[in-house]
Design a protein around this ligand. Structure first.
Ligand SMILES: [Zn+2]
Length: 479
């Protein structure tokens, strides 16, 4: 893998951007401990208020020429008014909240997680890659443009949710507010991608590099299984068929996960559009078999089967199941457990939906013929998002700007296998794009995002801001 800096194009654009000031502002943002817990009684909303004050005092050009509104708890919506009301507005977004540092790992950080330490090469801290660089990068780009007297034609909304890592209520509230105002968006730009990878996984040679622009995100479901049992002495289990609550639960988990595997294997023609497009874009570079022949012959079903077998690709193709929690096991070897519960976390592919998933789980249990009742319910569930078009105005403009600043990279459409705030905006937008223009070192992203020693290269931060300036000029100023 090449050094990330080798991909950066230095085109002398926006060379008067004040790097030291931008770095210092991001450093201060990283010092705000904006952790938002699902249980709000644990959340320190003062840290969000501190971040808001920092935004207001840092970006005077922007704030003097826009409206700033707090929505819900601490979500922020900024509006820059454009001159041409016939144009649909666009919305640039990021989230203010960050995940906590894993307990016990605080001292593993080379620099304190909330220090915002700047060592001349990197800016360190929780949120440096997820995703305060995008939050402050968007603000830097807009402030720069207004300071340089660029005139916006299109209305631009800047929307910063406050609980993307937990409940998405902030983004939901902003989207509902905009809908109530009759706003319909041309495009949304949210986090996603943000790394350059080898194309080897797609069957290309190692020296072919790709980066993903995500046009959809998978569905999400936490399925809870619970079973009641009186427990008792383990020398007298409850019957020859069912066994203990732990055994019943184990059989049920296995049956539901097996049914999910069957679903994936029996729906190979569902390979989504984005993947077919990606393989198409890369077809000239694919040298490895069997992918070379599968792509050349447009053999979708076999291509899907192949992808399902690749650990790196399969989350993009399948509805995945991951049994994650089990509670209520016995504390003693000779005591049978009583009531128990478990959770399976699903990520649904674009062809699937949460009703069908529940039906599959129920019939898997029926087939088991268990005598005890297993109750199934969703703790949380949402369907897969819509898919933005790679022919859309926003997508094309984004690829153009990325190509202005990153060389030797093929940008391909893909999907977010996790979850973002972007899906909340589908009620007012058909083209929600998920791509962080801050192309980071692959290892920094792998280790730092939600992990230890999160940090961003100063050069990455500045390059990303320049992409955003270019993108905003192309989509909102020079139209
Ligand atoms: Zn994020």
């Amino acid at each position: 893998m090449k050094n990330i800096l080798d991909f950066y194009i230095d085109n002398n654009l926006f060379s008067d951007l004040d790097i030291d000031a931008a770095v210092s502002r991001l450093s201060q943002a990283l010092q705000c401990r904006t952790i938002n817990y699902a249980d709000h009684s644990k959340t320190d909303f003062n840290e969000f208020a501190k971040l808001h004050e920092l935004i207001k005092s840092s970006f005077k050009n922007l704030l003097n020429n826009s409206s700033f509104k707090v929505i819900g708890n601490k979500a922020v919506l900024i509006k820059i008014s454009g001159s041409d009301k016939s144009l649909k507005p666009c919305l640039l977004m990021a989230h203010q909240d960050v995940v906590p540092v894993v307990k016990g790992t605080e001292n593993d950080w080379e620099h304190d997680a909330f220090s915002g330490f700047v060592d001349g090469e990197y800016i360190w801290g929780r949120g440096a890659l997820d995703i305060k660089q995008m939050l402050f990068g968007i603000l830097e780009a807009c402030d720069y443009l207004i300071a340089h007297n660029f005139k916006f034609k299109r209305d631009v909304y800047l929307a910063f949710g406050d609980d993307e890592e937990t409940l998405n209520l902030g983004a939901e509230a902003i989207a509902k507010f905009l809908k109530s105002q009759g706003v319909e968006l041309e495009f949304v730009l949210d986090e996603g991608g943000g790394v350059i990878e080898s194309g080897a996984e797609f069957g290309a040679d190692d020296n072919i590099y790709i980066s993903k622009i995500n046009l959809a995100e998978k569905g999400y479901a936490d399925l809870e299984l619970s079973v009641e049992s009186a427990g008792g002495h383990s020398s007298r289990p409850m019957g020859i068929i069912n066994g203990t609550s732990l055994e019943i639960l184990s059989r049920a988990i296995a049956a539901i996960c097996d049914a999910n595997l069957n679903y994936n294997l029996s729906n190979l023609n569902n390979l989504n559009d984005l993947f077919i497009k990606s393989f198409g874009l890369l077809s000239n570079y694919i040298t490895q078999e069997p992918l070379k022949s599968l792509v050349k012959n447009n053999n979708i079903e076999e291509l899907a089967r192949y992808c399902l077998e690749q650990p790196g690709l399969f989350p993009y193709i399948a509805t995945t199941s991951a049994a994650t929690m089990i509670e209520g096991g016995s504390a003693a070897c000779n005591v049978m457990p009583q009531n128990m519960r478990a959770v399976i976390n699903f990520r649904l592919n674009q062809a699937d939906n949460i009703d069908a998933l529940l039906t599959r789980a129920e019939s898997a249990l029926q087939n088991l013929n268990l005598h005890n009742d297993i109750k199934l319910r969703y703790l949380q569930a949402n369907n897969p998002s819509n898919t933005a078009s790679y022919d859309s105005y926003g997508y094309k403009a984004l690829v153009k700007s990325l190509n202005n600043f990153y060389k030797d990279v093929i940008f391909i459409p893909s999907l977010t296998v996790g979850a973002t705030d972007a899906h909340c905006y589908e009620i007012i937008c058909e083209n929600c794009l998920r791509c962080s223009p801050f192309m980071s070192d692959y290892n920094d992203a792998r280790i730092g995002v939600h992990g230890t020693n999160e940090r961003i290269l100063i050069k990455t931060y500045i390059q990303g801001i320049k992409v955003l300036i270019d993108f905003i000029i192309n989509t909102c100023v020079n139209i």
